[in-house]
Design a protein around this ligand. Structure first.
Ligand code: AMP
Length: 189
C-alpha cells in the first residue's frame, strides 16, 4: 500500500516536527504543521498571525473557525495533491470529525496514524531544554504544563478515535532522534 496521507500525534515535545520531516523525505509527501504555519504568520505579523498570537502564547487552541478552514484549504491546494503528513492537526475530536468530513467529501481517507509515545516528565524536560535553544513564546514552564493538560483533555481522545478505525500504530518515542526514526522507518517499511 502506498502511504500518502498520514497523521502524526503525540504530546508537545514528543519530537513530532523532527520525525515528520524524515517521514516526508522518505515518502516524498509534504508536511503540514499547523503550529509552524501559525508561527510563520506570527513572525510576518499577518492578520492570521496577529489573531493566533494570544492563543498560542497562553497555550490555548487557536479557534476551530480559523484552524479548520485553513487546513482544509491547504489540503485541497495543488501543493498537497501528492500526499501529506499532518503534524499538530487534528488536536481535538471536533477537528478529527471535521477532517473526516473534508476527506470523505473529496473521496480521500487517511492511510496511517502514528502515535509517538513519550511520558509526561520526559516531554516537559525536553520542552524546557528547547526553550533555551529556540526561545518559543509558549515554552515557559506554566504554559508547557497547561499545554500538557490541554493535550490530555483534548488530544488524547483522538487516539481511540483512530484506533477504532484501525489506523493507529504506536511508536516508542523515547531515546535519541535516530532511535525513534529507526522504529518509525520499520513501521513504514
Ligand atoms: P505545536 O507547534 O504543534 O506545538 O503548536 C503550537 C501552538 O499552535 C499550540 O499550542 C496551539 O496554540 C496552536 N495550534 C497548533 N495546531 C493547532 C490546532 N490543530 N488547533 C488549534 N490550535 C493549534
Amino acid at each position: 500500500m502506498t502511504l500518502s496521507r498520514i497523521l502524526l500525534v503525540g504530546p508537545p515535545g514528543a519530537g513530532k516536527g523532527t520525525q515528520a520531516k524524515r517521514i516526508c523525505d522518505k515518502l516524498g509527501i509534504r508536511q503540514l504543521s499547523t503550529g509552524e504555519v501559525f508561527r510563520d504568520n506570527m513572525a510576518r505579523q499577518t492578520e492570521l498571525g496577529k489573531l493566533a498570537q494570544d492563543f498560542i502564547t497562553k497555550g490555548e487552541f487557536v479557534p476551530d473557525e480559523v484552524t479548520n478552514p485553513m487546513v482544509a484549504n491547504a489540503l485541497r491546494s495543488d501543493e498537497y495533491a501528492g500526499g501529506y503528513l499532518l503534524d499538530g492537526y487534528p488536536r481535538s475530536l471536533e477537528q478529527a470529525r471535521y477532517l473526516d468530513e473534508v476527506l470523505t467529501a473529496d473521496g480521500h481517507a487517511l492511510d496511517l496514524v502514528i502515535e509517538l509515545e513519550v511520558g509526561m516528565d520526559e516531554v516537559v524536560d525536553r520542552l524546557l531544554k528547547r526553550a533555551e535553544i529556540e526561545g518559543r513564546a509558549d515554552d515557559t514552564e506554566p504554559v508547557i504544563r497547561h499545554r500538557m493538560e490541554v493535550y490530555a483533555e483534548q488530544t488524547a481522545p483522538l487516539i481511540e478515535f483512530y484506533a477504532d478505525k484501525g489506523l493507529l500504530r504506536k511508536v516508542d518515542g523515547t531515546g535519541t532522534i535516530d532511535d525513534v526514526w529507526e522504529r518509525i522507518e520499520e513501521l513504514l517499511d
